[in-house]
Write a protein that binds this ligand. Sequence first.
Ligand code: DGL
Length: 283
Amino acid sequence: MIGVFDSGHGGLTVLRALVDAAPGRGFAYLGDHAAAPYGRRSDEEIYALTVLGVERLFAQGCGLVVLACNTAAAVALRRLQQTWLKGAYPGRNVLGVLVPVVEAITRVPWMVEAPPADLLPEPRTVGVFATVPTVHSGSFPREIGKRAPDVTVVQQACPDLVPLIEEGAPDEAIRPAVHAYVDALLQQLGGRRLDSVVLGCTHYPLVAHLFAQVLPEGVEVLSQPALTARSLEHYLERHPEYAPPPGPEPAAPVFFTTGDARRVSELAGRFFGHPTPFRTIAD
Ligand code: DGL
C-alpha cells in the first residue's frame, strides 16, 4: 500500500489523480485534520507533525508515503530524508509533491524520465501561489534554481484561500481574494511576461477556474495532481520494491483522519469526487 499524507483533505485532489493513474493500486490516505491548517504553524511544528503522520502510515503497512501537502513537503521533506528516515526506517521512502512540478518547470528529469510533451517550451518566468510557510521555506525557487538558474521565480502567499475553500465559500466570495493575489504577483514582475504558474497548495486546484479567469491570457497553469501521478508511476517502475504492480481490479483507498471522522467524511467527498468513509486513526 502507498500512503498519502496531507494536513487535511486538500490532498484528496492528489489522491484522486494517483487512483486515476493506477486504479488497481492500494492507497491509504491520512489527513491530519486535528492539527490543520499547517499554513498557520511554525516550521518546527510542521516538521514534527509530518514525521508523526508518516509514522502512522508506515504503521498501517505503507512502504512509501507521498506528502501530498506542499507545506509539509516544502518545510519538512528534505530534513526528514536527511536526518530521520534512513536511520529510523531503512528500506522505506517518502516523496513530495514539489519535485514533480519542479521537473515539469525546468524540464530537468529527476523522477520523471521525459518532460511532459504538452507543456510550453522553456518557461522563463514562473509564478508560485502557496501557503505562507511554503513561500517562506523558499523550496520552490531553490529547487527550480538548482536545475534551471535562468528561470525567474516569483512567489505569492495566499493565506486566505485555504480557510475559504475549507469552509466551502462560494466562488463570488473567493474570486476577490484570488484577484488580489494574482495582482500582487504580477506587480512583483513589474510588467514582465508571466509564462507559467504553479498552484502550489493542494486546495488551489479546486479554484483553478478562478485563477484561470483572472490570470493574463496564455499563462500556463501547472496541475500538481496530474504531474505527481505521472511522477509516482515512473518512480515505481524503477523502484517496484515500494509497491506491488497494480492489480486488475480497482482497489478502494482507505481513509484515516486525526480529527472527527464523521465531519471529515461529509466535507471531504467533494475533494475526491466519491464518498470518503474516513476512520479516526488511534495513537
Ligand atoms: N495542504 C496544504 C498545502 O498543500 C494546505 C493546507 C494547510 O494550510 O494545512 O500547502
